[in-house]
Design a protein around this ligand. Sequence first.
Ligand SMILES: NC(=O)c1ccc[n+]([C@@H]2O[C@H](COP(=O)([O-])OP(=O)(O)OC[C@H]3O[C@@H](n4cnc5c(N)ncnc54)[C@H](OP(=O)(O)O)[C@@H]3O)[C@@H](O)[C@H]2O)c1
Length: 248
Amino acid sequence: MSSSSSQALKIGIVGFGTFGQFLANTMIKQGHTLFATSRTDYSHLCLQMGIHFFRDITAFLDADMDVILLCTSISSLSEVVGSMPLNCLERPTLFVDVLSVKEHPKNLLLRVLPEESDILCTHPMFGPVSGKNGWQNLTFMFDKVRIKDEVTCSKFLHIFESEGCKMVEMSCEEHDKAAAKSQFITHTIGRKNQSWDVVLICIVDYTYTTDSPDKSWKTLSMPYKKSKRRWSKQWRKDRTQKKLKVDA
Ligand SMILES: NC(=O)c1ccc[n+]([C@@H]2O[C@H](COP(=O)([O-])OP(=O)(O)OC[C@H]3O[C@@H](n4cnc5c(N)ncnc54)[C@H](OP(=O)(O)O)[C@@H]3O)[C@@H](O)[C@H]2O)c1
C-alpha cells in the first residue's frame, strides 16, 4: 500500500518501547505515516525508521493524526494519558490502546478523553517473538468501545486483518475474565512442579493464540497429559536412583 492510498493513516504512537516499535515496523511496511513520542528519546531510531519523533507532547498532538496508539506499560497509562494536553487535538481522533488488560484502559479512556474522541480497545495477542515471522493466524482481540467514525476504525483494523490475524471482537470485560481464568491455570500448574515446563509453554501459548478457553483446554489436555506422564516417570526414576544411593 502506498502512502497516498486511501487506506493510509496518520498514526501517532505514544510509548515507543519494544511493542510500539514492533507494531510500527508493520505499519510502515503497509505505507502508513507514523509519528511517535515517548518518555525516552528515540529520535535516532525513529530517524532510521522514517518516523517523526516528538519530545514534546503538545507538538505531537498538534501533528493532526487520525489515530493515537497507546503502547505504554499498563502501570503508566493513567499518568501518560493524564499528562496529555488533550485540548490541543485539532479534530476528533481515534484512540487505540494495546494493553494486555482491557477493563482498565477502557474505563480510564472513557473517563478522560473528550466526548468527540473515538475509543478502540485492543489486545494483539502476540509479540515480537511469536510474531517475528508475520502475524498470520495470530489473534487480535478488539472492542469498539465508542466509535462514531467507522471508516477510520475499519482502516485501523484492516492493518491486522490484512496481515492475516484472527480478528476476535469481544468486550473488554469478557477478555479480562478469560485472561484471569488462563492465568489461574498457569499459576496453579506452574507452582505444582517446575519441571512441567511443557505444560507451561502450552498454557502461555494458549493465552496468546486463542479466544476460546474451552476449545483451548481440549487442545491443551493432550500435551498436558503427556507431560504429566513424562514427569511421573522421571520422578519414579529419580526416586529409585536416590534409594539405590542410600542403600549402597
Ligand atoms: N510485548 C508484548 O508482547 C505485548 C503484547 C501485547 C500487548 N502488549 C502491551 O503493549 C504495551 C507495551 O509493552 P512493551 O512490551 O513495550 O513493554 P512495557 O514495559 O509494558 O511498556 C514499555 C513502554 O511503556 C513506557 N513507559 C513505562 N513506564 C513509563 C512511565 N512511568 N512513564 C511513561 N512511559 C512509560 C515505555 O516508555 P520508554 O520506552 O520511553 O521508557 C515504553 O514505551 C503494554 O501495555 C503491554 O501490555 C505487549
